[in-house]
Design a protein around this ligand. Structure first.
Ligand SMILES: N[C@@H](CCC(=O)N[C@@H](CS)C(=O)NCC(=O)O)C(=O)O
Length: 210
């Protein structure tokens, strides 16, 4: 398989963790987002949104959108499972993942911040916007799992929720959010630290890391 991504892309980071947990190796095809390589005509044929990641499977099928890619990986390579078997628990894990992937990450994405700059917002306000988006989203995430048993977001093994949380915490730190004020999220993140699948997926371990 081939993964079109970028070392610092948190959506690519989610997929990298999933691939590692499933024991799957892929060829990494980096696109430098700050140089606009995600908008190259050839790449837009694969991913018309001009976003990473895009996964190409062994048959050459093209898969986009990190959550859809991860669920496809989970269905085609069920061990270890990334979603609980119980439908109610599965809905809660997906809700947590979507709180990050649908409501937090998109409003602090590179192209949104670039648009704010284009509209004349000074750099410190652009950063303040991104920090607020992360702070607001993570605050809700902290509450969503406050009463869930740990140490991971949902129980004693990583799920789709942890795959979304860890990369988002990296973004939050980059924008200066004091994430230590979220004790339940810190417990979940600490649990992932012992797993090689998470360590190997980190941005600074990628071939295109700067
Ligand atoms: N919802 C998409 C988000 C993908 C996305 O926003 N990727 C970012 C990197 S994390 C990107 O490609 N940004 C390029 C840009 O904003 O121009 C997913 O989960 O795959």
């Amino acid at each position: 398989m081939k993964l079109h991504g970028y070392f610092r892309s948190s959506a690519s980071y989610r997929v990298r963790i999933a691939l590692n947990l499933k024991g799957l190796t892929v060829e990494h095809l980096p696109h430098h987002l700050r140089k606009g390589e995600q908008r190259a005509p050839d790449y837009l044929k694969l991913n018309p949104q001009g976003l990473v990641p895009t996964l190409i499977d062994d048959q050459g099928d093209v898969l986009t959108q990190s959550l859809a890619v991860i669920e496809w990986l989970d269905e085609t390579h069920p061990t270890p499972p990334l979603l609980p078997a119980d439908p109610l628990k599965r809905a809660r894990v997906r809700a947590f993942a979507m709180a990050i992937a649908c409501d937090t990450h998109p409003v602090q994405n590179l192209k949104v911040l670039a648009r704010l700059r284009q509209l004349g917002l000074p750099e410190e306000q652009v950063t303040a916007w991104a920090a607020w988006a992360n702070q607001d989203g993570l605050e809700a995430c902290e509450a969503l799992i406050a009463h869930e048993t740990g140490p991971f977001c949902f129980g004693d093994a990583p799920t789709l929720a942890d795959l979304c949380l860890v990369p988002q915490l990296a973004n939050a730190r980059r924008f200066g959010v004091a994430v230590e004020k979220f004790p339940r999220l810190m417990t979940a993140e600490a649990a992932t630290k012992s797993l090689k699948a998470f360590a190997d997926a980190a941005p600074d371990r990628q071939p295109d890391a700067e």
